[in-house]
Design a protein around this ligand. Sequence first.
Ligand SMILES: [Zn+2]
Length: 284
Amino acid sequence: MTAEPSAEPSAGGAGAANSAGSPAGVPVAAPRHDDSLTTENQARAALIDTCRELNARGINQGKAGNASLRWDRGGAAGLLVTPSALPYARMRPDDIVWLSLQTRTQADSQTDSQTGGAPPTVPAVIDSNGRRPSSEWRIHRDIYAARPDAAAVVHAHPPHATALACLASVQAAGIPAFHYMVAMAGGNDIRCAGYATFGTQALSDTALAALAGRRACLMAHHGIVALGASLESALALAEEVESLSRMYHLACQLGVPPVLGDDEMARVLVLFADYRPDQAAAPG
Ligand SMILES: [Zn+2]
């Protein structure tokens, strides 16, 4: 791990509560960085590879979805995120956008009722290359601000997981522990964040709440978000959530699958922490 001690995990007042659950005054862990990447150009290229991989593995289609990496510049805590509205096939490293974790817009300081719930029409940031960050940059920014365990974040619209996220029953209860691999998301279920318009602070807030103590969640009528200690682990988790969603869908076609008990899932979580420390459950 190459976490930079100068970076504060909640620097920037991103507006989201620290859902990692540390009481005020208690130091939280230093933010994680993907230690497989040493230069910003490498990081930019890795983000593009991840997005192409999302499409190649059927987790995403077209221009939907986005990915990011925690990436500080000097003493400034920030992230690299894929740009808005650019096909992955045409994306080049220079197209990736760097944002400070302090990035806010005028719209961020307004409530959704003041903006009519609509995403801001003015882009939050245009970098020196004239690129706008993904419309969901707030989700990425807020996860890094609140979750020191997150070094990479993937957002996608995979068909099976998104289909489940369109059902009222799944929106209410998430995907239960019908299979032990549900623990890969960090707990005994995979929650579904409530619906909010794409690109809004409200959507980021509801996603962050659903991720408390978890590394992945569904998003009602939208898709999924997954985080990890590296791009590879975030991508693998997104793929796992889609695979589990497909299995859950199939099982529900055949009957009502019973769920594993909390004791068994607690046992699995302990085993996962041993087997894949970078995939251990987040605090909170
Ligand atoms: Zn989306």
